[in-house]
Write a protein that binds this ligand. Structure first.
Ligand SMILES: NC(=O)C1=CN([C@@H]2O[C@H](COP(=O)(O)OP(=O)(O)OC[C@H]3O[C@@H](n4cnc5c(N)ncnc54)[C@H](OP(=O)(O)O)[C@@H]3O)[C@@H](O)[C@H]2O)C=CC1
Ligand SMILES: O=C(O)C1=N[C@H](C(=O)O)C[C@H](O)C1
Length: 273
């Protein structure tokens, strides 16, 4: 049995993950954590997310440390917001709780620190900007084709729902980093976040990132490789959050046998590396 705590329990991803966890024979939800001093505190999380009482009350994140300890949580699943998740990850890893993190928007500095927390505390971890199988194959396809297209102009376009807070998406940033690495280009030097005004001609080395927000788009990502007289477009479109939730379930089943102290990504979980 895997004892699971979920932060962001009432959110779009957190609630979907809880609905799936409670259906699994080898998993038990032991804690449902929301923002500090949440108005949902003490309510049954099952009632909050519309599946009826499941006997797990919502806890406010001000009690994160004590609830992780008292609930016997072995794995924490975090889909919240980077500013909050960073502290959550620090607290959980210090307590020896394993981690599955899908939250996006971490700075490079925060990502380095997260690797240190995992390493120093020897916990097991999966961190990925996108848990879907399709997107992780999309990353692999980008890695494979980019070296052949080194002199094409490369632009990354993502589209998401109007409630998304971070931009560009974590998936767009991962795609960008995969491409920049394959081309030996320094990410800080080549990233162009949108264009406005008299920006001049496009340089050959730059990589554009563009974010669209609207309605209920679950998550679309396209990379355009544009040459003279032709172009290649590689796209992934998520139709439902179930694809991310299915990836989280794969990660939960993977984590028990993961190498302690290492931050795995979904390519490790899916055997794509
Ligand atoms: N890796 C992947 O495959 C995917 C990643 N994501 C990422 O996951 C994150 C969440 O997305 P989504 O579920 O749509 O967002 P939501 O806003 O629906 O959910 C986030 C939840 O976290 C709560 N929260 C905020 N701070 C804390 C805290 N300190 N402790 C506990 N809970 C907290 C929020 O409360 P409140 O609303 O009151 O602030 C909210 O209920 C984003 O970063 C998104 O980019 C999303 C989909 C897939
Ligand atoms: O906020 C979302 O919704 C999503 N966030 C992730 C990201 O930032 O890449 C993954 C997915 O695209 C949905």
């Amino acid at each position: 049995m895997i004892n699971i705590a979920v932060t962001g329990a009432a959110g779009r991803m957190g609630s979907g993950i809880i609905k799936k966890v409670v259906e699994q024979e080898n998993m038990e939800l032991v804690a449902a954590i929301e923002i500090p001093n949440s108005p949902l505190e003490s309510k049954d999380i099952g009632e909050v997310i519309g599946i009826g009482s499941i006997g797990v009350p919502v806890t406010g994140a001000q009690d994160l440390k004590s609830v992780l300890k008292s609930s016997g949580a072995e794995v924490l699943v975090d889909f919240t917001i980077a500013s909050a998740a960073f502290n959550t990850i620090r607290v959980a890893s210090n307590l020896g709780v394993n981690l599955i993190v899908g939250t996006t928007g971490f700075t490079d500095e925060q990502k380095k620190e997260i690797h240190n927390f995992v390493n120093e505390n020897n916990v097991k971890a999966v961190l990925s900007s996108n848990m879907s199988i399709g997107v992780n194959v999309f990353f692999k396809a980008l890695k494979d084709i980019t070296p052949f297209l080194y002199d094409f102009d490369i632009e990354i376009i993502e589209a998401h729902h109007n409630k998304k807070k971070d931009s560009p998406s974590g998936t767009a940033m991962t795609a960008f980093n995969v491409i920049a690495k394959e081309l030996n280009r320094s990410p800080e030097e080549v990233a162009i976040y949108g264009r406005q005004g008299l920006v001049g001609e496009r340089t050959n080395k730059e990589i554009g990132l563009h974010a669209i927000r609207g309605g209920d788009i679950v998550g679309d990502h396209t990379v355009m490789f544009v040459g003279e007289g032709e172009r290649i477009e590689i796209s992934h479109k998520a139709h439902t959050r179930e694809v991310f939730i299915a990836g989280v379930m794969r990660a939960l089943n993977f984590i028990e046998n993961a190498v302690p102290g290492k931050v795995n990504d979904m390519a490790d979980v899916l055997g794509l590396n």
